[in-house]
Design a binder for this molecule. Sequence first.
Ligand SMILES: Cc1cc2nc3c(=O)[nH]c(=O)nc-3n(C[C@H](O)[C@H](O)[C@H](O)COP(=O)(O)OP(=O)(O)OC[C@H]3O[C@@H](n4cnc5c(N)ncnc54)[C@H](O)[C@@H]3O)c2cc1C
Length: 367
Amino acid sequence: MTDHLHQKIAANAVNIDQEGCFPEQEFKWMAAEGLLSITNPDALLDFNKSKTATLLQLLKKTGSANLSVGRIYEGHINALLLIALYGNPIQKKTWFKEAEKEQKLFGVWNTQAENGVRIHDLGDGYYRLEGSKTFCSGSGWINRPLVTGELVSPDKRGWQMCIIPTEKVKPILTDSSFWQPLGMRASASFKMDFTGIEIQEKDLLGEPDSYYREPFFSGGSVRFAAVQLGGATAIFAEAQRFLRMMNRLDDPFQRARMAEMAYLIESGNLWLNEAGKKADQWISENTSPEKIIAHAGLLRTFTEEICTRVMHLAGQCVGARGLMRTDAFERIYRDLTLYLKQPGPDATLTQIGGYVLNQEKTDDLWN
Ligand SMILES: Cc1cc2nc3c(=O)[nH]c(=O)nc-3n(C[C@H](O)[C@H](O)[C@H](O)COP(=O)(O)OP(=O)(O)OC[C@H]3O[C@@H](n4cnc5c(N)ncnc54)[C@H](O)[C@@H]3O)c2cc1C
């Protein structure tokens, strides 16, 4: 369905691999294909239609074309899912329509360092933000950033989500000097300072602490794993292209590495499809959040291993000559190295281990 689009995105990746760049054209192309609203009610991948496996494959293909585009697109989908889960009917109508008709781009900015965000209740339905977020993918190009922060109010406390209507508030201060990364340059993941931004009650999404509600928070790791697997798929393709170009087709070591990468990538694919199906089934059956999170943790952890191993094998295949900046391989390798760094890998393993140890037996853990 989207092969031609992903080819175009892949072809342009070299031109936007710079700090300060953002895939503007790419998101226009994606909007034209309806991909910004593909999860809206009644659309192809409507969250209520239990199409998670197909959504994961779409994220994988996007990441394979350009990991930065995949990262930003994943944030957009995450924001729409949070709206579907926690928005009131008016909010859902407004924001889904904005994604579809106005091609507004959404993102989720939760990560922060010192000086994190606080949302002060001013009374009469008005709120003022204070503090900053780091790693804000898409930065000023995001029209509807979903920002989290500590709610400071006489009535309510907790970690509150809000969606900022950027054109209706004063400009959000952007610190692009924060963003000097190894890879993922085009994701424009700057530091943003929200101090003084004023919003209204209608901009608050969900109750305090909804953001961390399980299994949706940790279970969401399957989406970034899908994008990561896309990166490994692209590295595999580049290594195969390189060996064919060099006519190094008969060497047994190269063949063995190709074989290992082929089964690793295919295992990742099978995992995506199975995890997508299971997640949909388990959510509909109200399965325990611990089980859903542990299974998502398996996918996420194994995907990281697949990607790391594929990077190692593909690097051995192409050698130094294949790691020149003139080749896509070098960029994808850098991008994936950085994008593999996601929150809480150790905590994920301990959660899985704890879940397994708490079961009576291990022979039927995931059915
Ligand atoms: C390209 C890119 C784009 C991003 N875009 C966004 C975005 O749009 N929005 C957003 O909210 N975030 C974004 N992030 C941030 C991302 O979600 C993670 O928060 C971030 O990558 C984790 O950073 P870290 O590896 O430095 O984390 P850390 O949490 O510091 O983890 C590093 C290591 O320390 C371990 N560790 C963690 N906590 C502890 C502890 N208390 N004690 C000891 N060890 C610990 C971890 O298990 C890990 O092994 C982005 C990240 C990247 C790379």
